[in-house]
Design a protein around this ligand. Structure first.
Ligand SMILES: Cc1cc2nc3c(=O)[nH]c(=O)nc-3n(C[C@H](O)[C@H](O)[C@H](O)COP(=O)(O)O)c2cc1C
Length: 219
């Protein structure tokens, strides 16, 4: 049997930040199960979100293809070829990053039809995972009803990939190498450090486990 191809999409501008680290861990897990892996940093690319041209909905055009041609085009094509997809974004203003959202629009709106019979033209069942990293603690996530706010992500992914994404929400992330150099009095550095020391390694382990699981799933 040929090796599974696992693609990860980093929706953070930081190439070695929390989101990228979790994605790298997951890819390591996938590689340890024999998969071939790739990582795309969205913020290295020049592209825009959906411009609502509706080319993807025209009856006389091929569906599932975004007509915008830019650095994202080969990434969207690659997604159709791989066997599993890892999506990662930091939380910015209670949402995914703008770069990630622009990517999300392009990928999923082009595969969506305003059709009762055919809700998606994405060509196959796609195992996937969603990694979100944030400053908020788990208590904040509940307080601000973040799961409900971001429900659209899971719903949309499930509709197009025909299976739910695995999810990892990494709370209370460490944002700066040295908190003393930044105005950051709303954070208790010792609490952040405790989270970095005790919780973050578990998040990384969970990412690694998800990567292994996706690389060995039989979907
Ligand atoms: C512009 C901006 C907005 C942010 N807004 C939020 C927010 O609303 N909620 C939150 O929990 N964290 C917020 N954060 C913190 C990041 O989500 C968090 O540090 C994340 O782990 C960064 O991921 P990265 O290291 O992959 O870039 C924000 C960070 C930035 C730069």
């Amino acid at each position: 049997m040929s090796a599974k191809r696992v693609l990860a999409i980093n929706g953070s501008p930081r190439r070695s930040g929390n989101t990228a680290t979790l994605l790298e861990e997951a890819l390591k897990g996938a590689r340890d199960c024999g998969a071939e892996t790739e990582l795309v940093h969205l913020y290295r690319l020049r592209y825009r979100g959906c411009i609502s041209c509706f080319s993807c909905k025209r009856k006389d055009r091929e569906h599932g293809i975004c007509a915008m041609k830019d650095d994202l085009s080969p990434v969207l094509e690659r997604i159709r070829e791989v066997d599993a997809l890892l999506l990662g974004s930091p939380i910015y203003f209670m949402n995914v990053s703008s770069g990630f959202l622009a990517f999300f629009e392009r990928l999923f709106f082009s595969n969506y039809l305003y059709s009762r019979e055919i809700p998606t033209v994405f060509p196959k069942v796609m195992p996937s995972a969603l990694f979100l990293t944030m400053n908020m603690t788990e208590a904040h996530v509940e307080q601000f009803r973040m799961r409900e706010r971001l429900d659209m992500l899971e719903m949309t992914i499930t509709q197009h990939f025909r299976m739910k994404p695995r999810q990892l929400w990494a709370y209370d992330t460490y944002q700066f190498d040295d908190y003393s150099r930044y105005e950051s009095s709303i954070f208790e550095e010792s609490a952040k450090m405790a989270s970095r020391t005790n919780k973050w390694p578990l998040d990384c382990q969970e990412a690694y486990r998800i990567g292994r699981e996706l690389a060995s799933s039989h979907e």
